[in-house]
Design a protein around this ligand. Structure first.
Ligand code: GH3
Ligand code: MG
Ligand code: MG
Ligand code: MG
Length: 298
């Protein structure tokens, strides 16, 4: 069963909180905060699907809090609904300008509040879903190239800042055209899924990312990993695919499905460009292909 959506209710009045709690607690998981300052910390930890926000509070008011939430990477996409006694149009306009998705004036009608909350949470879930699938490769379930490029860009900057090495691997299935030609495209797809699974099981560090880069090519990014570690992992991955023991009668060498890997390690300078690194890792992959496939080069 799907877990109930989470709502953070922010209001300095205990009475208001109690009313909203009674209205919503049977359908949602609720957290409450009595001030803007408290809400800011809580929103980051609790990660609600929606925030119901009062405006007039001592200390940080609702507008200011809303602006801060919209600037924080964790809460920027969390919908905020103002629920407030301020009922002039200019208050409402200001609330919406601060990034709120909706504005409800008190006294409110409970059924209307419930309906608006429900609609906004559905929209949020739909947005989350679209965001998730836009970064995933449909066949293998790995990250796709878009996600990889985004991550790579970020990690490259971090490596430059921290003067840490970073390693990049390009992995390509050997003689895959022959595999498709002889076993059919569907079998080819199954083969790619099995390889994706085997490669994923080789990774154990949270910062490592493997993605499907295109067709039968995968790419792997290893932050804070030097040449030795990357070489070890390349060998582990090569072996993992070999051990899948998938018959490939038309492979020139081993009669099973294998991969070749190009490995690149560097401590990047700020001048380095992503395309250049991919190109260099590709060169290493080409070396591995020339050396007979089912091997890695760095
Ligand atoms: P090499 O060992 O030099 O890498 O040879 P190769 O045959 O693997 O390389 P080539 O680039 O000639 O062929 C890649 C093949 O991968 C061609 C294409 O039909 C197949 N392919 C690419 N994407 C998919 C896919 O999503 N599913 C399936 N089944 N096949 C794919
Ligand atoms: Mg108040
Ligand atoms: Mg290829
Ligand atoms: Mg290939």
């Amino acid at each position: 069963m799907e877990e109930a959506p989470k709502i953070l209710v922010v209001d300095d009045s205990k009475l208001n909180i109690r009313i909203l709690k009674e209205l919503l607690e049977d359908q949602y998981r609720l957290a409450v905060a009595y001030s803007g300052e408290e809400a800011l910390d809580m929103a980051v930890v609790f990660q609600p699907d929606l925030i119901l926000l009062d405006i007039v509070m001592p200390g940080m008011d609702g507008y200011e809090l809303c602006g801060k939430l919209k600037q924080h990477p964790v809460t920027a996409d969390t919908p905020v609904i103002f629920i407030t006694a301020l009922n002039r149009p200019e208050d409402e306009a200001k609330g919406l300008e601060f990034g709120a998705i909706d504005y409800i004036s008190k006294p409110f009608n409970p059924a209307v509040v419930k309906a608006r909350v429900k609609n906004h949470i559905e929209l949020k879930r739909h947005r989350d879903f679209l965001k998730r699938i836009s970064s995933i490769d449909g066949l293998t379930g790995l990250a796709n190239r878009r996600r990889f490029d985004e991550y790579f860009e970020k990690e490259l900057l971090r490596a430059v800042r921290n003067k840490q090495p970073i390693s990049l691997m390009m992995l390509d299935v050997d003689h895959f055209k022959a595999y498709n030609d002889h076993y059919g495209h569907l079998a080819g797809d199954e083969c790619l899924k099995a390889i994706a699974g085997a490669l994923t099981r080789c990774l154990h560090r949270p910062g490592d990312l493997i993605a499907r880069y295109g067709g039968e090519e995968f790419v792997c990014l290893l932050p804070e990993t030097g040449a030795l570690g990357a070489g070890h992992l390349a060998e582990t991955m090569r072996e993992a695919v070999w051990k899948l023991n998938m018959l490939h009668e038309y492979a020139t060498n081993d009669r099973r499905v294998t991969i070749s890997i190009g490995v690149l390690t560097l401590v990047p300078s700020s001048a380095v460009r992503l395309e250049e690194l991919i190109w260099n890792a590709d060169e290493m992959l080409y070396e591995a292909k020339r050396a007979g496939r089912n091997c890695w080069r760095q």
